[in-house]
Design a protein around this ligand. Structure first.
Ligand SMILES: Nc1ncnc2c1ncn2[C@@H]1O[C@H](COP(=O)(O)OP(=O)(O)OP(=O)(O)O)[C@@H](O)[C@H]1O
Ligand SMILES: [Zn+2]
Length: 827
């Protein structure tokens, strides 16, 4: 008999440790070991973990007895070499453990661990013939106990390697992980009503109505049909599904639809809820590009001959999306894959629906909040290069982790958005910048799009590193909105303020409402009044866990911390001086909503902020209602600034520009310029020129002046000088180290120690330690050390050196209790 070899595998596990772990391969698994496949291994005390093999070898580990691989989950690799290269790059560049990267990269269904709990899938119909004996045993147990973790299942089956059973059950949609169930099983569909085929002509419909009108008992049904028609269900020979709930709202009886369905007159059908999509179903054909868009498209193609990355700097409403659409189609024709990155999936439904309209099933939407099965489906389809499906992936930053085979183009829309950067948990990577690295592995091209590009991006374009293409005009030659300032200081003196509204803004709101136009108001604060303060002694209520003031929420009548979950009822008197003169400073979205009902009685106001969009679909529903003109004024936080495209918005109000400008952050001016220009850009997009009112104490502020003049270049040039003078990006690269400890005194000592070590290596490029703006969060004190290095310094060297200093620091036992969070390229 042939001698059997002893193999070992190096496995990475989803734990925050940089090294791979070595396991011994049982002989019977020798033939199955490959890099890129998943194995189940023991980790820690009696725990099983799923890991990925990164190396198969025969080197016996020294100094310890390695444990055995317990089970093999895959026949073929689930990650590609290119993906692994990207993981390594992220791990090095962002100084994150490889296990963290793996954790971020894999859909959670790929990472069954000891904590995973499973349940019966809500759609499982009980067809047990598809089950093996072992699978059946699990299902039986779940019928009794409803929820099991992997250890329990292992006990029931009497075997250790249960993952393959679980995996098969998940794939057969018999069971579901608890995490999946929690997030994803809100119904995505609703009941719609549509005219049956036989009645879809004017004559037949008329005949039907005649028949129904003659029979008194059919009155309800007649009404239902008439309501359906009133709501545009049948127009010019074309029928269209209408939400049943809306028909009922309009007075049609719900039961009559069932009768009509039975009689074959109307059809009730369950469909995805997306009224926006249906809105222009009729024009799902590609739009013809304007000459300006065509020129931009040609220039982008030309630019791609020489440059791998090109910036499309197109003003708000210039029609960048249509240009993207052409570029995507071009790649599809070549059989290539396209990755379309968006800052936040949840906030970009409008854009997603537009693209889905064009590309239908070829688009997969990949997002951590989506159904895990769908994510795995997209993953596998890409992995196997199945071009009939998901040739285009729309996703937030985590979509860079997908197993692309044949990537031709990456589009990063709204590339300036800070939400492309992940902060928690590690890896703290930037999706845009990672996409540019991913590009290189595939020889693909990257198009960055924005009306207000990030400083770094524009700088790269100016330097010739990126190509640059501009769209200076709005589509349809609509002028950019006219922007005015409302001088709060003056109005306060003249007593023309109505609470938080300037007389100037109120006038404009009245005019817009008279014209039946809609309004968007932007205030970057939720809640009612951000701060309460005692007028006598200045006391204000703080969070007991964090170093911040509590925000008053009127609806729920509580004071709430926006950093942790702490809340408390409001106080009647100042606990410090017992005065009852507590006044409120500042204002949030909730208060604005309240005040509007007093200033403009009868006006229909809706808030769009974290508090009103917690529920599934509430964001979409609010936008749908606004689109259907059921809302006159939409009041929101920065959620209202992101890419919204409504025809009837003629006025945008920015309620407190100063708050944005005064933030203690080197990006405060950049962010202010971007936010104000973006929200201003929602006004007057389609038919006539829009208006914007910015309320401020400081109308002459240079940022506001550049916003008014739509002068991105002016802003950019000026800001660039500041950045250069103060050693900030794009001239310097930054790395922030945040130290966290419960004991402020120990923290002080430790932070000094780390800073000193860093100074030995980097000299005056090290700043701090200092307290951040919020110096205590959830009972931990924070200190920040900043490192600024010249942008041409070697990334690798800097990080190696820094890592070495951190390791040295941790080798001192006194320091072991502190957490050091490294944030490369903080946003
Ligand atoms: N070629 C075209 N034909 C018809 N309509 C167009 C065309 N190009 C753009 N539009 C319309 O103009 C509006 C603005 O386009 P789009 O939303 O793509 O602008 P944008 O550049 O992405 O703006 P923003 O940066 O503000 O999001 C949209 O309603 C779009 O449907
Ligand atoms: Zn708190």
């Amino acid at each position: 008999m042939e001698e059997r070899k002893t193999y070992f595998v190096d496995v990475i596990l989803p734990v925050p440790i940089n090294n791979a772990f070595t396991y011994r391969v049982p002989f019977e698994m020798n033939d199955f070991m490959k890099t890129g496949i998943r194995v189940v291994v023991p980790f820690g005390r009696s725990k099983l973990q799923t890991g990925i093999i990164v190396k198969v070898h025969e080197v016996v580990p020294e100094g310890y007895q390695s444990k055995y691989v317990e089970a093999v989950l895959d026949e073929f690799p689930i990650i590609t070499g290119k993906q692994f290269k990207l993981w390594n790059w992220i791990s090095e560049y962002y100084m994150a453990p490889l296990g963290d990267v793996m954790n971020a990269a894999l859909p959670s269904n790929f990472k069954l661990g000891s904590e995973t709990k499973v349940l019966i899938h809500p759609e499982y119909e009980g067809n047990s013939e598809i089950l093996t004996d072992r699978e059946y045993q699990v299902v039986e147990a779940l019928e009794v106990q409803s929820e099991l973790d992997l250890k329990e299942i292992s006990d029931i089956l009497g075997i250790k390697t249960i993952q393959p059973v679980i995996k098969a059950l998940i794939e057969k949609r018999v069971i579901i992980t608890q995490e999946d169930l929690k997030q994803k099983y809100a119904p995505k569909t609703q009941l719609f009503v549509e005219l049956a085929k036989e009645y879809q002509s004017d004559e037949q419909l008329k005949a039907l109505i005649d028949v129904l009108s003659e029979d008194k008992r059919k009155k309800k049904q007649l009404d239902a049909i008439l309501t359906y028609m009133q709501m545009g269900g049948f127009k010019q020979g074309i029928s269209k599904p209408i939400l049943r709930s809306e028909l009922v709202e309009k007075g049609a009886s719900a039961s009559s639809f069932n009768t009509l369905d039975k009689d074959g007159i109307l059809k009730i059908k369950r469909m995805e809820i997306s009224r926006l999509m249906e809105r222009d179903e009729a024009d799902s054909a590609f739009k013809e590009l304007s000459p300006d868009q065509q020129r931009a498209l040609d220039e982008i193609r030309e630019s791609f001959v020489e440059k791998d990355v090109t910036l499309l700097h197109g003003v708000t409403g210039s029609g960048k999306t249509e240009v993207y659409v052409e570029l995507i189609q071009e790649q599809l024709d070549k059989g290539k894959q396209v990755l379309f990155l968006l800052p936040e999936i949840a906030l970009t439904t409008q854009l997603i629906q537009r693209l889905q309209k064009y590309f239908g099933d070829k688009i997969g939407v990949y997002h951590s909040r989506f159904n895990q099965n769908e994510r795995v489906e997209i993953w596998n389809s890409l992995l196997h290069n199945d071009t009939t499906k998901f040739q285009i992936v729309l996703g937030a930053r985590s979509a860079v982790f997908l197993p692309f085979r044949n990537l031709g183009l990456i589009i990063v829309d709204e590339e300036h958005e800070s939400s492309f950067k992940q902060y928690d948990p590690s890896p703290r990577y930037n999706g845009r910048d990672t996409a540019i690295v991913l590009r290189a592995f595939h020889g693909a091209k990257v198009l960055l799009g924005s009306a207000t590009p990030a400083m770094e991006t524009y700088f790269n374009a100016e330097e010739g590193k990126y190509g640059l293409v501009k769209l200076d005009k709005r589509f349809g030659d609509i002028q950019m909105p006219e922007i005015f300032t409302a001088n709060i200081k003056k109005e306060k003196m003249q007593k023309t303020m109505q609470s938080d509204f300037s007389g100037f803004l109120v006038e404009h709101m009245k005019k817009a409402l008279e014209n039946k136009e809609q309004i968007i108001l932007f205030q970057n604060r939720r809640g009612y009044n951000p701060v309460w303060a005692c007028e006598v002694c200045g006391w204000n209520p703080n969070c007991k866990n964090c170093d911040v003031s509590l925000t008053y929420h009127k609806n729920s009548n509580i004071l709430k911390c926006h950093y942790c979950s702490y809340f408390t009822p409001p106080v009647g008197a100042c606990p410090k001086c017992q005065s009852n003169r507590l006044k409120m400073i500042g204002f949030g979205t909730e208060k604005i909503e309240d005040e509007l009902s007093i200033i403009l009685p009868g006006v229909r106001v809706q808030r769009l902020d974290l508090d009103t969009t917690r529920q599934k679909n509430s964001y979409e529903n609010i936008l749908n209602d606004f689109d259907a003109r059921k809302i006159d004024i939409l009041v929101g936080t920065q959620m209202v600034t992101k890419g919204l495209d409504f025809d009837n918005v003629s006025l945008v109000g920015i309620l407190d520009a100063d708050m944005m400008l005064n933030r203690p952050d080197f990006r405060a001016f950049e962010r202010s310029y971007q936010l104000m220009s973006q929200v201003a850009g929602r006004s007057g997009r389609k038919t006539k020129r829009g208006t914007v009112v910015i309320q401020t104490y400081d109308p002459d502020h240079w940022i506001i002046q550049h916003v008014i003049n739509h002068d991105y270049m002016g802003f950019y040039k000026n800001e660039l000088i500041e950045r250069k003078n103060y050693f900030y990006p794009p001239f310097y690269k930054m790395i922030n180290l945040t130290l966290k400890h419960r004991d402020p005194n120990k923290l002080e000592v430790m932070a000094m120690d780390l800073a000193d070590r860093m100074k030995q290596a980097f000299g005056s490029r090290v700043l701090g330690p200092e307290f951040p703006v919020v110096k205590r969060i959830q009972n931990s004190y924070l200190k920040v050390i900043r490192l600024k290095v010249e942008r041409d310094a070697s990334n690798k060297k800097v990080k190696l050196l820094l890592q070495q200093k951190i390791d040295d620091f941790y080798s001192v036992s006194y320091n072991k209790s502190v957490r050091v969070i490294v944030d490369v390229d903080p946003s």
